[in-house]
Design a protein around this ligand. Structure first.
Ligand code: ADP
Length: 217
């Protein structure tokens, strides 16, 4: 289903989010205070506008109140990011996601009601570190301080065995969410499904349990 998004701040992060949403077929309003940034995004957004995200009148004029999802991607100017987020929540936007530069910025965004706070550099750094330390980990998403999801190449000892045989939840305390095989993905696999050479397992669990699972050969 087509959704409507507004992105305020077109630095590297804002441009990447806008372009991806637009290419996925969603309606994207891209906004920046800097006209040259807005010019660059014109072909990769549904609408684009030069406006100050801290100016309530300008935001209302853009029809921001009609958007369910707004992403505040103003980075270095922390004051502008906070004021913009506050205005959007006051205007009544249901879902406001904001990019935080540091811990204090995060705390303030949380207090003023940001619905999700993103730390792209931190999150990406973590994912890359996971790739670096394990040649089996394909991707990594942190869900909380304790839980993560990892994509991992199926260890040799699991090849040609069914999930029933492997009894992974009992042995490792983790759950297989899916099995990727070439371009196919089997979501919620059944006990009789077999793990084959080259399969990628999508696994959810506590970090310690996932580590034990990753260390299996
Ligand atoms: P990144 O690290 O993602 O590249 P930047 O901090 O470099 O982020 O970019 C943030 C963008 O936000 C810049 O293009 C800047 O012009 C824009 N910006 C800064 N203040 C405002 C504001 N008050 N209203 C709208 N856009 C703003």
């Amino acid at each position: 289903m087509k959704k409507q998004f507004a992105i305020i701040g077109l630095g590297r992060f804002g441009v990447s989010v806008s372009t991806e949403l637009f290419q996925l077929g969603h309606e994207v309003l891209a906004v920046d205070i800097n006209p040259s940034k807005v010019k660059e995004i014109t072909n990769f957004s549904t609408h684009s506008a030069v406006a100050d995200g801290t100016d309530e009148k300008a935001l209302r004029k853009l029809g921001i109140a009609n958007f369910d999802h707004v992403i505040v991607a103003i980075g270095d100017n922390i004051q502008a990011s906070i004021l913009c987020t506050l205005l959007l929540k006051e205007i009544g936007i249901k879902s406001v996601w904001a990019k935080a530069q540091n811990y204090y910025h995060h705390k303030v965004l949380d207090k003023i009601g940001a619905d999700k706070i993103i730390h792209p550099e931190h999150d990406m750094g973590q994912r890359i570190a996971q790739h670096l330390v394990s040649d089996k980990v394909i991707d990594y998403i942190e869900l909380s301080a304790d839980y993560s999801i990892v994509e991992i190449t199926a260890p040799k000892s699991m090849h040609n065995k069914t999930l029933f045989d492997l009894d992974i939840r009992a042995k490792f305390g983790v759950t297989i969410l899916g099995i990727k095989r070439k371009k196919q993905i089997n979501i919620s696999p059944l006990a009789e499904d077999r793990v084959l050479v080259g399969d990628i397992l999508i696994v959810i669990g506590q970090k310690n349990d996932l580590k034990r699972f990753e260390d299996t050969n």
